[in-house]
Structures are given as C-alpha cells and as structure tokens.
Design a binder for this molecule. Structure first.
Ligand SMILES: NC(=O)c1ccc[n+]([C@@H]2O[C@H](COP(=O)([O-])OP(=O)(O)OC[C@H]3O[C@@H](n4cnc5c(N)ncnc54)[C@H](OP(=O)(O)O)[C@@H]3O)[C@@H](O)[C@H]2O)c1
Length: 260
C-alpha cells in the first residue's frame, strides 16, 4: 500500500513527470496522467501500467486553462481524494531576448507557471478540508538566477518558485505540504530541445555540469515529497550551485559575466 493512494501528475507523459509516475505505480498508487498530446499520453500510460498498478488513467488537457483543469480535477476526485499533485508540466524555449518570438514569453508563463497554479488551486480546498495532501512543484534552478538566453524561462520559474514558497507557508497549518523542486539540467526531451536554441554563452556557462537522469531527479523529488521536505535540488552539482548562489549571489553574477 502506497503512502500516496491517489496521485495526479500534470506533465506526466514525459521526462521527470513520467519517471515519478513509474515510481508511484511500483508503489501501488492510482494515477491520473495529464498532458496535451493524447498519443504520447497513451504510450506513457502503457509504460506506467507495466511498472505496477492497474489504475492508470489519462486526461488530455492544457493545464494552463483553469476551467479545463477544474473539470478534470473534479472528475479525478470522484475516484477518491487526491493525496499527491505533481506539477511537472513545462517548456523551455531559449534564445537571445531580441530574437525571440513575442509569443515565447506568454507561452512560457502559461506552460511553466499557470500549468501549476491552476491545478494547485483546483486541489487546495479539498486538501485543506481533509487536513492532508502534498503538492510537488517542479520549478528550476533557472528561477534562482537569470542566465543569458533565459529571459522567457527564468521569470516563469521564478514566479513558480515564489508561488510555491507562499503556498507552503499558507497551507502548512492545514496539514498540506508543498515540495518545491529546483533541478538543474536533467536528461529529458525538454533539455534536448532547449539545447538546440541555447545561445553559445549559456552552453559555456552551464557546460561543465553533466545532466542527471530523469530517473534520478524523480527519485530525489519523490523521496523529498514523502518526507515532507519543502525544498529539493536533485543532483549533487546542482545542490552546490544552489548553495553558492544563495550564499554569494554577487560571486555567481561576477562569474557569469567573466565566463561569457
Ligand atoms: N529537463 C531539465 O533539464 C529541467 C531542468 C529544470 C527544471 N525542469 C522542469 O521540470 C519539469 C518537467 O520537465 P521535463 O524536462 O521532464 O520536460 P518534458 O520531458 O518535456 O515533459 C514536460 C511535460 O509537460 C507536458 N506539458 C507541457 N506543457 C503543458 C501544458 N500547458 N499542459 C499540460 N501539460 C503540459 C508535456 O506534454 P505535452 O507537451 O503533450 O503537453 C510533458 O508531459 C518542467 O517544469 C521543467 O521546466 C526541467
């Protein structure tokens, strides 16, 4: 019997969300996988079913649409209370600020911020009333420090991280836990796409650190959510970067300007 009996995973068809789903399935959790592309969702659900639990459902939904999210959470709730919401949707278009399509900025806020905001809102009241529940929010180290090429991605992740912090304080007295995950580079389709559009300076600055696997990121995030930890930075080198940036932001700013 899993500690999380019922989980909803936004962005569950790929990458970190899919790996979290595999781990939960192996522990016997009933799962609803949510994403926009139905074909990829169906393939992901097949893969997750092979890991354990028989109860893996899918919902095709753009999680940045509050009405669609509210309806799907209502349907999921009829199958039983939601113990865990994982907000792992995201997209990462990179590029020089003045070369990016204006749409990139609103798309980034929709896919990286609103796609977690509306699902969290849809489950918060039910979790509050039950006096329990966990929301894992997958943000990014990019939300801690703006890098060259991330004028669309970094602000969306910064907004998401501050949202998760505020929500954690607000819901703690009600027994609801928020686990904010801030990975660095993780081997997923998102990273493969993002590397194609990264300016060369960004590659130079981040080039030294090897991406961790999606499976490792998922293991560390789920372990932190199970322990009720507020913040998790998966991967040892990312943890060091996070600590150095917190302790001496001026040093990191100086290093970025020198390295470019
Ligand atoms: N990979 C990295 O290096 C890295 C580093 C730091 C943080 N992160 C964060 O980790 C999270 C997971 O990323 P990943 O690397 O695992 O990416 P991924 O493999 O591309 O998976 C992203 C998932 O989100 C879904 N999605 C995107 N926009 C959505 C929307 N508006 N509504 C519903 N589903 C949506 C995608 O499916 P559809 O496209 O079919 O909707 C897919 O299932 C993201 O928040 C990302 O920003 C990743």
């Amino acid at each position: 019997m899993s500690d999380f009996a019922h989980a909803v995973i936004i962005g569950g068809s790929s990458g970190i969300g899919l790996e979290i789903a595999r781990l939960l399935a192996a522990a016997g959790t009933d799962i609803l996988l949510v994403a926009r592309n139905g074909d990829r969702l169906r393939d992901a659900a097949e893969a997750v079913r092979r890991c354990g639990t028989a109860n893996v459902d899918i919902a095709v939904c753009d999680a940045s649409d509050p009405d669609a999210v509210s309806a799907l959470v209502e349907t999921a709730r009829r199958r039983g209370p939601i113990d865990l919401l994982v907000c792992s949707a995201g997209s990462a278009a990179a590029g020089y600020f003045d070369a990016m399509a204006p749409r990139s900025f609103s798309d980034s806020m929709a896919n990286n911020y609103a796609s977690a905001l509306w699902p969290a809102l849809a489950v918060a009241r039910q979790m509050k009333m039950r006096g329990r529940g966990t929301i894992a929010v997958i943000s990014s180290l990019a939300g801690e420090r703006g890098l060259i090429g991330y004028t669309a991605y970094a602000p969306a992740k910064a907004a998401l991280s501050r949202f998760a912090e505020a929500l954690a304080h607000e819901l703690k007295p009600h027994g609801v836990r928020i686990c904010l995950a801030m990975p660095g580079d993780v081997e997923t389709p998102l990273l493969a796409e993002e590397i194609k559009t990264r300016p060369p300076e960004t590659t130079k600055i981040t080039g030294g650190s090897k991406p961790i696997s999606a499976a490792q990121a998922a293991r560390e995030i789920l372990a932190a959510a199970r322990k009720g930890r507020r913040v998790v930075v998966p991967g040892r080198s990312s943890r060091w970067l996070y600590r150095i940036n917190r302790a001496a932001p001026w040093l990191v700013a100086w290093a970025i300007d020198r390295l470019r």
